[in-house]
Design a protein around this ligand. Sequence first.
Ligand code: ATP
Ligand code: MG
Length: 180
Amino acid sequence: MFLKRIELHGFKSFAESTVVTFEPSITAIVGPNGSGKSNIVDAIRWVLGEQSAKNLRGSKMEDVIFAGTDKRKPMNIAEVRLILDNSDGTLPIEFSEVSIGRRVDRSGQSDYLINGTVCRLKDIEELLMDTGIGKEAYSIVSQGKVDMILSSKPTDRRELFEEAAGIIKYKNRKREAAKK
Ligand code: ATP
Ligand code: MG
């Protein structure tokens, strides 16, 4: 499984509908300061359920919506979709391509979507569990995270390995079963 494409519409500086495509190998995004490189990472984190405006480098959630420029009116809705290639069947869903989306408008109305159908954030989290994809998962390594991993307690660091090993879902199921 790999991230094939990101589609952005009205998210932060991406007023124009923008499509960024990736290959299974390495892709580097380069550009001048302020051109929107970090906004792409923010978009990924946001789709995966980031609720903290601060973690998205804003002060309120509305800041993810294109705020307008001298030449362009502000937009009223932001929408981002991540398109994952699932031809190897990593995700437990019978589609070779899976789209995970989120949209929000200025009233704060927000929806999550799997393959275009509105769902709960929990559905997205369950679908991606143990894949390393998640707002806090190891697939996004931010600047401060490297230090955090190196200096964390062994028990905290173990969680990272457990996720990479794909055993978190079994631990969760065990915990759920114990409650019944
Ligand atoms: P650097 O190389 O300095 O890290 P970068 O390419 O990572 O730069 P970003 O931080 O992704 O750049 O982009 C910042 C730009 O996004 C700023 O110009 C900022 O005005 C713009 N921006 C952020 N939020 C919005 C918004 N809601 N509406 C319009 N523009 C926005
Ligand atoms: Mg940046």
